[in-house]
Design a protein around this ligand. Structure first.
Ligand code: ADP
Ligand code: MG
Length: 333
């Protein structure tokens, strides 16, 4: 649907716009009908279940106002791919709802290049969407497949399971801090590294697919470790002991923010899109193989407990950490 106001500002023909920038040149055989009709028709293999998720990114909320069109496209798709990773699903198709204030051909072209590049990397296909005039906001619905009865959830953690996180934590929030506070001192190398982690988080799709056989629960870290671990514990009706000394944070984080700052961002920073998951102690050996084969380092950061709530420890000592999870309504421009 294209609204009336949109028709007045559109310099390219509306169908031309969709045809030029949002119609893939070819589809795999499971797309029976793609962009161009009233809806897409997709072939779901008989032994599979369909896994669906949707995520919206809004200018000034999920990305700073000056973010490039290609980086916005990357983020919009990456956060959805990360949801598939957290479910242990193979992402296959997505639809795109694009709200933008004007039809700037250059912007749309860069957006579509950024989008199709990431889509190709993860073999997901754009099969439909919607284009409207309004504040800049991108909503992507993603569809993926799992083998029957084989998916990951937040609710399967059991007391005694070990808690792991992939990659490093707090780096995306570190990159955002550098954007928001130009006075922060960082070497060019560290600045580039952290900005890259903010703009281009790596969806852990391959890891998620492999974890299905060993993890008792999983979710992706989008709102900050502490907030998300609490969600996992609540869903699993259990608690967690979290070892602060074990949190993975990198040299650039320590160098720019100091050990305490890096720890704060690792605990509370959003947008990392790493996987947080639990593994029964007996399966940790299998996890080692998965880490080697996927090349994704995973760090043990604690243990699931019977009692509710997350208790943090420094060495053997129980400590209280200050609150400060990611605020969805914070304006970042
Ligand atoms: P309708 O009015 O039936 O919703 P539209 O005229 O909005 O159809 O869209 C025409 C076709 O273009 C549909 O197949 C729709 O899925 C697709 N489409 C519209 N906008 C986009 C977009 N931003 N990305 C991909 N496909 C889109
Ligand atoms: Mg229609």
């Amino acid at each position: 649907m294209l609204n009336t106001a949109w028709r007045q500002v559109l310099t390219l023909g509306e169908f031309d716009l969709i045809k030029r920038f949002f119609t893939p040149a070819n589809y795999s055989s499971d797309v029976l009908l793609g962009v161009g009709d009233d809806a897409a028709v997709l072939a779901v293999p008989q032994h599979c279940r369909l896994v669906a998720a949707v995520d919206t990114v809004v200018e000034g909320v999920h990305f700073p106002v000056k973010t490039s069109a290609a980086d916005i496209a990357y983020r919009a798709l990456a956060v959805n791919l990360s949801d598939m990773a957290a479910m242990g699903a193979q992402p296959r198709w997505f639809t795109l709802s694009l709200s933008m204030p004007q039809a700037d051909e250059q912007w749309i072209s860069e957006f579509s290049v950024g989008l199709s590049r990431l889509a190709a990397r993860f073999s997901v296909q754009l099969v439909g969407g919607d284009t409207v005039k309004g504040p800049l906001s991108i909503s992507i619905q993603i569809l993926g497949l799992v083998d029957k009865d084989q998916w990951l959830t937040r609710s399967g953690a059991k007391p005694g399971d070990l808690i792991f996180v992939s990659g490093a934590l707090g780096e995306a929030a570190g990159g955002l801090q550098l954007l928001l506070k130009p006075d922060l001192h960082a070497s060019l190398e560290h600045r580039q590294y952290l900005l890259e982690r903010f703009y281009h988080p790596t969806p852990r799709v391959e890891l998620g697919l492999r974890l299905k056989l060993v993890a008792s629960s999983a979710m992706d870290v989008s709102d900050g470790l502490l907030t998300d671990l609490r969600k996992l514990c609540a869903a699993s009706h259990c608690g967690a002991d979290l070892q602060l000394d074990s949190l993975p944070h990198s040299k650039p984080m320590n160098s720019v923010f100091g050990a305490a700052g890096a720890e704060h961002l690792a605990l509370h920073g959003g947008d990392d899109y790493e996987l947080l998951f639990t593994v029964p102690a007996d399966d940790v050996v299998a996890l080692q193989d998965i880490m080697t084969e996927t090349g994704v380092p995973c760090t043990e950061i604690g243990r699931i407990t019977r009692n509710g709530g997350v208790q943090c420890y420094r060495s053997q000592d129980a400590v209280v950490v200050e609150e400060g999870g990611y605020d969805h309504f914070a304006v970042v421009n």
